[in-house]
Design a protein around this ligand. Structure first.
Ligand code: NAD
Length: 459
């Protein structure tokens, strides 16, 4: 089976590398020449643990990268993994999807049946839209010479290879028999872990060969498109909920890590996504909740819970700034160190991150802001050129002569820091750990006045 992945971002490059490692001839197509050049030189266009090693092993063998759509002609399955950002009103911008569909249509072969797969997160009805564009451009008949189906991606940045090789579930949205057969054939490799011996050499993570196999679920196209938004919005609601509980814990003197732990012991609730933070952010949740809400409003079925979770999340970002301000009083002339610019560790993805909002507010209130992130500084800098911050080479340098360190992203590097040395370099050793990951007593022994979120004693 010949595979094409359109887009070499977080989804496309990981999907392409994984299928090539499983023995499929896979061509990644991107309009961005520098990303294609990186792939061809055996480097990953994104920071994702293990990805460079995998690309280096398969590039030029079963993995190919190009800016040309020529490979579409001989493709059996084409994954679309281009971006679907937000427009200012919250609705999704489908221009990249439409452009990719147009280019596929221009190159599609008359001689074979091709399955085109929307892997990007797209609203209900997008498979029909892509299908109509391809029909128009190619002159071919949908459902006869090609079909467009939905197969949403659930990978988590930072764990992307683990999630692609060992997913919890694979969702296929199609009622087309031949397309369903082809996708089953393709995904058998993943469900039954066929051809994993060669790929396993490049697994940087520990995997359990006994782990349950992926659930393979087939449904209609629209339900599949909806599953992705409904799942992401649900997770966003869950995080907003525990963040609100954390704020109430602070008022009442309860301890949110214990509350979350006790809640998570209930298998109906589950322990995941009950970790407190300065609010959810990143390249998926903000745009996906905004689009889901926008569509619900357009169709007269407003998702009020999602709307409230979004408002609650903005409140959480603001609450973090208020706590900083409460501790330091006037921020004029104060110097603040921000550790972590990405929405979570192990990624360089600094799109729509909570750090942008929090830093912008601190600057507005008169603070000088010094920042550090192990991987996200380059992207953060390019996306936030209007923010006047001091980028530092190390967390120690960022903390130098500051009045407070605010830990926004719980990178392991930060958890391993010699905090005693950090405290000594600061003007005032205040530490605000918005992820509650540092051990309070240890931080106090290191010389800090420690503060977390929703903690009984350290407020
Ligand atoms: P990205 O911005 O990292 O990558 C998109 C790539 O598509 C870019 O390299 C861009 O140059 C390329 N592109 C744009 N138009 C093109 C065209 N016409 N032809 C060829 N290439 C084109 O995006 P991403 O983070 O990989 O996300 C892609 C989609 O997957 C989005 O819908 C997103 O919501 C969804 N998704 C992302 C994640 C994630 O963790 N990043 C997880 C699940 C789902």
């Amino acid at each position: 089976m010949n595979i094409v992945c359109i887009g070499s971002g977080y989804v496309g490059s990981v999907t392409g590398a994984a299928f090539s490692a499983l023995g499929y001839k896979t061509t990644v197509i991107d309009i961005n020449e520098s990303k294609v050049a990186l792939l061809n030189s055996g480097q990953s266009p994104i920071y994702e643990p293990g990805l460079t090693e995998l690309i280096r092993a398969y590039i030029g063998k079963t993995l190919f990268a190009t800016t040309s759509y020529e490979a579409v002609k001989s493709a059996d399955v084409i994954f679309i993994g281009v971006g679907t950002p937000s427009r200012p009103d919250g609705s999704v911008d489908l221009s990249y999807i439409k452009a990719a569909a147009g280019s596929i249509g221009k190159s599609l072969s008359r001689d074979r049946f091709t399955v085109i797969v929307n892997k990007s997160t797209v609203p209900v009805g997008t498979a029909d839209l892509v299908s109509s564009i391809i029909e128009k451009e190619s002159g071919l008949r949908a459902e006869h010479q090609f079909t467009v189906i939905s197969n949403p991606e659930f990978l988590r940045e930072g764990y992307a290879l683990e999630d692609v090789f060992f997913p919890d579930r694979i969702i296929i949205g199609s009622v087309h028999h031949a397309a369903k057969d082809r996708m089953r054939q393709l995904y058998n490799s993943i469900v039954y872990r066929e051809g994993y011996e060669a790929a396993a050499k490049y697994f940087y993570f520990k995997h359990n060969p006994e782990a349950p196999q992926a659930k393979y679920f087939e449904t209609d196209t629209k339900s599949s498109e909806m599953i992705k938004y409904a799942a992401n919005a649900f997770l966003a609601v869950k995080i907003s909920y525990i963040n609100e509980v954390a704020r109430l814990c602070e008022s009442l003197g309860a301890n949110v890590p214990d509350v979350a732990r006790g809640m998570g012991m209930d298998s109906r609730i589950g322990e995941k996504f009950l970790e407190v933070s300065s609010g959810w952010s990143g390249s998926c949740f903000p745009k996906d909740t905004a689009e889901f809400l926008h569509t619900s409003q357009q169709y007269g079925s407003e998702l009020t819970l999602v709307k409230t979770a979004m408002q609650s999340n903005e409140r959480m970002h603001a609450y973090v700034v208020e706590k900083i301000q409460h501790r330091l009083k006037s921020l004029h002339g104060k110097s603040i160190c921000i550790l972590g610019l990405t929405f979570k560790p192990n990624t360089d993805d600094a799109r729509k991150t909570q750090a942008s909002y929090i830093i912008a507010r601190l600057i507005e209130l008169g603070a000088h802001v010094k920042v550090h992130d192990p991987q996200g500084m380059e992207m953060f800098r390019s996306l936030n050129s209007s923010l006047s911050v001091e980028f530092c080479k190390s967390p120690q340098e960022a903390a130098e002569e500051t009045d407070m360190v605010v830990l926004l992203t719980h990178w392991a590097d930060y958890q391993r820091l010699d905090w005693t040395k950090v405290a000594k370099r600061m003007k005032h050793p205040f530490l605000f750990d918005t992820r509650n990951v540092l051990e309070h007593h240890e931080m106090e022994r290191a010389g800090f006045q420690y503060e977390g979120l929703g903690l009984r004693k350290y407020q």
